[in-house]
Design a binder for this molecule. Structure first.
Ligand code: NAG
Ligand code: NAG
Ligand code: NAG
Ligand code: NAG
Length: 395
């Protein structure tokens, strides 16, 4: 009798987990007191879809990667997907924003290039996750950033390090602590097949869904050594296990913030600069599905951004063409994105989160946010939308 009751309870408990996991009843929120009037950065003559990630090169220039990640991971085969690239937004300090494609030198034309997380090191080097699937596996590529005579960014490809097969297609974000030592997240239970994410067996998708719904922690931050032209050596960062480890940000000094998207949590780590060890110091719950985290050097705070509900994410695929072909200046779908600031409270010595921005109309599929040095703009990254979005500070 009891056995039967327990068995009949299992589906109910599972459904409750699913409802909670999907965030079906999580309340939506509009908050644009500080930044508002969000619109797409206007782009002419080149593909700008899927700017999942961007970094400030200086106070005037933002560098963004772009590739149609949503289609590659959810819909298309690698052959039909367009390869990715980079563009830069100029004129940030003067308020005359202009986006241009970035030329890459030594770029092999026949190769699949699917950029993902990018990281700016020592103001001059750009490290880029490259999911190159059967053409070269999982890699971290390094470029040198240069300005040409017109003051425009060019990228010169320098070298790469190879990631182990178990990371194929599923590393997400990187942070370089030094030129050799980097942290990288993996965010999925199983690596993607070399032929591309479309060929993932159905049973793996089902197991992934169950594992995520039951909040089992199978993803990590990896502490790696960059081996030029060879296999990077990596070990799990202690206490970094999460359900969906995603964005990583380093304040350049001693604090590292890591997002666990499906757990609605940010883990804060401290780097001991004398013995170089990294320890977990705080688990911080946030009222969003934190995707990427950036560091705002002006206000000395982390900025975490993401969606609010997984069920909204699941409505994305049928709308993808409408989103990416949208001819207007503003987003046309309802999909809530939230931005929080994460700051150390000097009294309690604990990090605290505060809502900075929340909107269902700003961008479809928010994946990260950055504030420029003058604080005038809030840039919003997204993995499926047609271009970067910029919101302006209210006076
Ligand atoms: C997240 O933001 C950081 C900046 O802190 C950037 O270096 C990183 O590449 C971003 N990653 C993704 C996947 O958006
Ligand atoms: C990405 O990976 C491919 C395959 O290994 C490699 O040939 C290429 O140089 C990498 N980077 C770029 C920018 O294509
Ligand atoms: C940092 O490392 C040094 C040298 O090993 C050690 O003495 C110190 O206790 C460590 N600090 C913390 C906060 O763990
Ligand atoms: C953070 O949470 C994990 C369990 O998920 C726990 O093991 C760890 O002790 C917590 N750490 C801190 C610093 O609160």
């Amino acid at each position: 009798m009891i056995g039967k009751t327990i068995i009949s309870l299992i589906p109910i408990v599972f459904i409750a987990h699913v409802i909670h996991f999907l965030g079906i009843f999580s309340a939506s929120l509009e908050y644009q007191e500080k930044y508002s009037d969000c619109e797409y950065v206007q782009v002419k003559g080149f593909d700008s879809v899927g700017p999942e990630d961007s970094v400030f090169y200086n106070k005037d220039i933002l560098i963004a990667m772009q590739v149609n990640l949503h289609k590659i991971f959810q819909i298309e085969s690698l052959e039909t997907a367009k390869k990715g690239g980079f563009y830069a937004v100029y004129g940030i300090s003067t308020g005359k924003l202009e986006a241009k494609k970035i030329q890459i030198k030594n770029y092999p034309d026949n190769i699949i290039f699917i950029p993902h997380g990018i990281y700016l090191r020592d103001s001059n080097y750009l490290h880029v996750i490259n999911h190159s699937f059967y053409s070269g596996g999982e890699r971290v590529d390094t470029f040198k950033i240069q300005l040409d005579e017109k003051g425009e960014v060019t990228l010169e490809y320098l070298h790469y390090t190879q990631m182990d097969e178990k990371f194929n297609g599923i590393t997400n974000d990187i942070a370089f602590l030094t030129a050799e030592r980097f942290l990288i997240s993996d965010w999925m239970v199983f690596p993607a097949p070399l032929s591309g994410p479309k060929d993932q067996p159905a049973w793996q998708k089902v197991v992934t869904m169950i594992i995520q719904t039951l909040k089992i922690k199978t993803t990590y931050v990896w502490d790696c050594t960059y081996v030029q032209g060879g296999l990077a050596t990596c070990s799990k960062l202690r206490n970094s296990a999460g359900i969906m480890i995603n964005g990583i940000a380093f304040d350049g000094k001693d604090t590292i913030a890591v997002a666990d998207t499906a757990d609605r949590q940010i883990k804060l780590f401290r780097l001991n600069n004398s013995n170089q060890e990294i320890d977990l110091i705080q688990n911080l719950s946030v009222d969003q599905l934190p995707d990427n985290i950036t560091y705002d050097t002006v206000n000395k705070q982390f900025i975490s951004a993401g969606l609010n509900s997984i069920s909204e994410f699941l409505t994305l695929t049928p709308k993808i063409e409408k989103i990416q072909q949208n001819p207007t200046k503003k987003s046309i779908v309802d999909m809530e994105g939230r931005v929080h600031t994460i700051k150390l409270n000097p009294t309690t010595k604990q990090f605290e989160s505060q809502l900075l921005f929340s909107s269902s109309k700003a961008v479809a599929g928010l994946s990260g946010a950055l504030i420029d040095e003058s604080q005038k703009y809030l840039f919003l990254n997204s993995f499926p939308d047609k271009s970067l979005v910029v919101c302006t500070r209210r006076s």
